[in-house]
Write a protein that binds this ligand. Sequence first.
Ligand SMILES: Cc1ncc(COP(=O)(O)O)c(C=O)c1O
Length: 403
Amino acid sequence: MKFEDIQSLDNQYIFHTYPRSKVAFTKGNGARLYDTTGQEYIDFGSGVGVCALGHSHKKIAKAIKKSAQNLLHTSNLYYIAPQAKLAKRLIRYYHKGSSNKEELRVFFANSGAEANECAIKLARKFGEHTNGSYRYKIITLDSSFHGRTIASLKATGQDKMHKHFGPYPDGFVRAKSISDIKNVIDSETCAVLLELIQGEGGISSMDKREVQELAKLLKQKDILLMVDEVQSGIYRSGEIFASKVYGINPDVITTAKGLGGGVPIGACISNKIDVFAPGDHGSTFGGNFLATSVGLKVLKVLERMRKDGELEYIISYFHHKLESLLHKYPKIFTNKVGIGLMCGLETKDLSIQTKVIQSCFLSRVLILKSGKNVVRFLPPLNITKLEVDEGFYRIEKALETFR
Ligand SMILES: Cc1ncc(COP(=O)(O)O)c(C=O)c1O
C-alpha cells in the first residue's frame, strides 16, 4: 500500500488525537524500520519504549506463534500457567541480588494507565482499611505522567492535559517536588505515586538521597510509596526496575511498555498482598496466554543480557555517544539527562528541540521529544553497536544543517 493511500484512509477513519510524522512503516529488523518506499530508519524510540528487543525478534515471534497455535486467551476465570510463571519471574528477577525478599503479588493489565488504575484502587482500599481511619488522598508530582484514563490523567501533574475532561475523581493532591511531598501529606493521605525518572516530563531524574529519605518517611507514616515504572521498568535503567538503582523497596511498582516487547501488557506489583479480594479488580484481557508467554520470553532475554554485561556495555557506549554530541554541539545541547537507555539531551529551547527531532527524522533516525526542551532516546535494549554508530552518524549529518 502506498503512503498516500494509508494517509488518506487514516484521515477519513481515524480520530486525530496524534500529531503523526509523515511515514508508515511496513517492516522492521532489530533497531531498523523500513517505510512504504523501502527507506530504512534507525529506531532510537522503540515505539516509545515498547520494543525492548527491537523489531521482529526471533524469540518473540516464536513465542507468539506458539501461543497462537496453542491458546491465546481463556479469561481470568481459569488458571493461566504463563501468567503465574511471569509473575514469579518478575518477582524473582526483582529480588535478585537484593536482601529484601518480601512477598509480592502481581496483577496483570493491558497498559501503563491500567497498571496505574490498579495501583490507585489498591491504595484506596489500603487507606480505607488501615487503623480504622479513612485515607484516600494520593500525592503525585508536577510534570509527571501517569496515563490517559480519567483517574490516571488526574494523577498526571500536567494541567494542560486536564482541560475539557472534568469533573475528575477527588483525592489527587499535587506536590511541586520530592522535598515538597512532606508539606502536602495530611491525615487523609494513603499513597504517593511518582516516577523516578519522568519520561514525558523531560527525562528528569529524582535525587537518590531525597527519594530514600521520602521512602523512610512514608514507611513511618504507613503511607504507600508507589513507583510508576511504566517507562523506566523492564531493564531500561539497566536493572529490572529503576527502584533497584535508587535502592528503594516501593510498596507498589507499576510497569508496562517493554514487558511485552510490543504485545500490550501492564503489571501492578505490590507487597500489600492481602488488600485485594476476589471481585475487587479485573481485566478481560489482562495477563492472557499471548501477552504473558511473550513477557516471559522478553524478561528471560533481558535478564541474560544484564547478567552477561551486554546491557551495561551498550548503555555506556550509548552514553559515550551522547556525551560526544553534547560536547560537539554546545550551541544546540546543554546537558545530558537520564539513566540507562532512558536518556536524552537537553536543548537550548523548544524550537531547537523541534528542529533537532525533525532534522533527525529527515536523516532517517527516530528520536522523541520529552518535556519542553529534551530530545529523548529510548532505543531497543538489544541495539547493536553498529546500529548505534549508524544512528549517531545520521544524527550528526542532520545537525550539520544547523550550522
Ligand atoms: C510513566 C508512564 N506512566 C504511564 C503511562 C501510560 O501508559 P499507557 O500509554 O500504556 O497507558 C506512560 C506512557 O507513556 C508513562 O510513560
